[in-house]
Design a binder for this molecule. Structure first.
Ligand SMILES: Cc1ncc(C[n+]2csc(CCOP(=O)(O)OP(=O)(O)O)c2C)c(N)n1
Ligand SMILES: CC(=O)[C@@H](O)[C@H](O)COP(=O)(O)O
Ligand SMILES: [Mg+2]
Length: 630
């Protein structure tokens, strides 16, 4: 199929003149393009296929960029991007220097707010709307939020705030019954009940429409009708949370019927009150493999379009290592329970869920609740393991401090996707966890360099009576070696190579692979170095480290976290202070946000690739040769 209609859309205005048939063809072209590009680049397939018609309808009714859209999470914005002048560059999505897979204000005036983390859209949209009103600027603001994102506390906080205001915020609730996995929780069940009561909700909306359209007295009459309905709500509108919170409620609508959507959205656009438009869509729509298994195609690497297969690598990822170690531990300790905030697959907890359904909890996209819930479980005598991506743990900093650490509760935090995170970009990098949690008293932070170390660390963590964080990257585990088998000693690391070299490279586990590669390159250049895996970021046995460093002419510390607040530069300072004869240097992520790319591209951009580590070691060697200090 050529993209004859799509390629002619330079701005959303071009959509207005299209006939129904052309709109149908445009939907097909968009789907084809999404499938082809995600098949090549990887990306968020199912969510994007589900919102094609909804996005077209929104862009035909609202006038972007004067009217503004905030896409929750933003992983469903591909059609929006293509309809707002970015079709030509769409094939670069999620690639280094290409289009972002999420809305980006710097990319287009049609992207009014950056997203990536869930449940922010209603707050941000209400902020944008309030700013418009205060500045006397025209236009509507529309938040598009999924049923999964609605389970996040912020979304509910925002509904509570916006519902009481005199405003005309539009909230589109895109309900496909799915988060990444099937959506969970009472709120999700509640939406299903609303869906079953469809006819009542439509009736209510139509009454409003008819009454308001009566010349002169319509608005006045509508107010009276509204009050009467509020009085009757226990009968007719019982169960409608949104109405009770102060919103008009319209729906549920068929999210794949552009005509029906448009008709309602035009009325919604004219409303002077906050409104929730409940739209039903099918995740994965139009690609049967994704329709039948939307979870697998939620976020997927490059795949074969004809059979949906993804290239398999013959390696164990850190996620798999965690998943297996946890099953092993859980098999002999019934106190172990596992918690995810809607990421059972990504964190490797799906296997635990399958094996121990009664000890597994998917709390929805609710990281804060997940952590405090774990605190409660720990206080009640269980051994909770919260598996969470480093970037999403940023949401729950206070919960870790207040609801776990302060009370010395034995909660284990498995922070997946720590360090450089490929493809998703700035919003998803896992660079801040060390800096955020290192200052918290009593919290241990460990970083395995291999699957074997993961197992040792998890076992150690589950034996502690205080919170423990285990952080690891989205990467394959390096090949095992004997040092990884050595028993864990609190605060101490292990030499991973010790051949009497005069330079030592010490690292956090997540970047051991690159350090190992650099060491091999140096050895090939006849410039051998020894290597050391810190294992512990906290607590850290300083005396032991200093004694390890004392036999060297230079020590280089390498860390896969942010330089500011990180550990590498502190350790270099300690060595300088206590061993003035030893040169000490450090490498970590400089103080900027890191854009999308592969892991290698991100590390190169940060100056942390194997080649950069090699170069830094060479520099140290030249200082040694010249007898200089740094
Ligand atoms: C704070 C946070 N936690 C977890 C995620 C990971 N995540 C991305 S999309 C998603 C599911 C969103 O479901 P929904 O809003 O219903 O959108 P759908 O994918 O169904 O279109 C999750 C859990 C995230 N982006 N942000
Ligand atoms: C949009 C979002 O936050 C998730 O879908 C995330 O992209 C998943 O990342 P992984 O593919 O690494 O699990
Ligand atoms: Mg959903």
């Amino acid at each position: 199929m050529n993209h004859s209609i799509l390629s002619g859309i330079r701005s959303p205005q071009d959509l207005r003149s299209l006939s129904n048939i052309e709109l149908k063809n445009l939907s097909n072209e968009l789907r084809k393009q999404i499938i082809e590009v995600v098949g090549t680049n990887g990306g968020h397939l199912s969510s994007n296929l589900g919102v094609v018609e909804l996005t077209i309808a929104l862009h035909r009714v609202f006038e972007s960029p004067q009217d503004q859209f905030v896409w929750d999470v933003g992983h469903q914005c591909y059609t929006h991007k293509m309809l707002t002048g970015r079709f030509e560059r769409f094939s670069t999505i999620r690639k280094k220097d290409g289009l972002s897979g999420f809305p980006k204000r710097e990319e287009s005036p049609h992207d009014s707010f950056d997203t990536g983390h869930s449940s922010t859209s209603i707050s941000a949209a209400y902020g944008l709307l309030t700013a418009k009103k205060l500045r006397g600027e025209p236009g509507k603001v529309v938040a598009v939020i999924g049923d999964g994102a609605l389970t996040g506390g912020m979304a509910l906080e925002a509904l509570s705030h916006a519902g009481q205001g005199q405003n005309d915020l539009v909230v589109i609730l895109n309900d496909n019954k799915m988060s990444i996995s099937p959506n969970t929780g009472a709120l999700s069940e509640y939406l299903s009940r609303l869906t079953m009561g469809a006819s009542y909700q439509r009736f209510r909306y139509r009454v409003d429409r008819v009454v308001r359209s009566i010349p002169l007295i319509g608005v006045f009459l509508a107010k009276i009708v509204h009050r009467m309905k509020r009085g009757l709500k226990g009968l007719v509108f019982k169960d409608n949370l949104f109405v009770d919170l102060g919103f008009e409620y319209v729906g549920p609508l068929n999210g794949h019927n552009i005509e029906e959507l448009e008709k309602v959205l035009r009325d919604v656009r004219a409303l002077k009150r906050p409104v929730v438009v409940h739209v039903l869509t099918r995740k994965g729509k139009g690609y049967s493999l994704a329709e039948n298994d939307p979870s697998t195609f939620h976020g997927i690497g490059p795949f074969c379009i004809s059979d949906g297969k993804v290239e398999k690598f013959d390696t164990t990822s850190f996620t798999e290592a965690f998943s297996r170690s946890l099953l092993e531990e859980a098999s002999h300790d019934p106190r172990i329970v596992a918690i995810t905030a809607a990421m059972a697959k990504g964190t490797g907890l799906a296997a635990f869920q399958h094996r121990y359904p009664d000890r597994f909890f998917d709390v929805g996209i609710a990281e804060q609740h997940a952590v405090t819930f774990a605190g409660g479980l720990a206080a009640g005598g269980m051994r909770p393991v919260v598996a969470i991506y480093s970037t999403f743990m940023q949401r729950a900093v206070d919960q870790l401090v207040h609801d776990a650490a302060l009370q010395k509760l034995p909660v284990v935090f498995a922070l997946d996707r720590s360090g450089a995170v490929p493809d998703d970009g700035e919003t998803h990098q896992g660079l801040f966890d060390i800096a955020l949690f290192r200052p918290v008293p009593g919290v241990s932070i460990l970083a395995p360099a291999s699957a074997r170390e993961m197992s040792l660390m998890l076992s150690w963590a589950l034996g502690r009576d205080e919170p423990v964080i285990i952080r690891y990257p989205k990467a394959a585990c390096p090949t095992e070696q004997s040092a990884f088998d050595l028993p864990l000693e609190t605060g101490k690391g292990v030499f991973t190579q010790r051949d009497g070299a005069d330079i030592l490279i010490a690292c956090t586990g997540g970047i051991y692979a690159e350090v190992h590669e650099a060491a091999n390159m140096l050895a090939r250049s006849s410039l051998p170095v020894d290597t050391y895996n810190l294992r512990f970021i906290k607590p850290l046995d300083e005396d032991f480290l200093v004694s390890c460093a004392s036999g060297y002419r230079a020590v280089l510390f390498v860390e896969d976290g942010s330089e500011t607040g990180g550990i590498a530069s502190d350790l270099a300072s300690i060595v300088r202070e206590r061993l003035p004869h030893v040169l000490a240097a450090s490498m970590a992520f400089p103080d900027i946000f890191y854009p999308q790319g592969t892991r290698q591209e991100i590390l190169s951009f940060a100056g942390l690739s194997a080649v950069h580590i090699y170069d830094e070691a060479l520099k140290l060697r030249s200082y040694i040769a010249a007898g200089q200090s740094r």
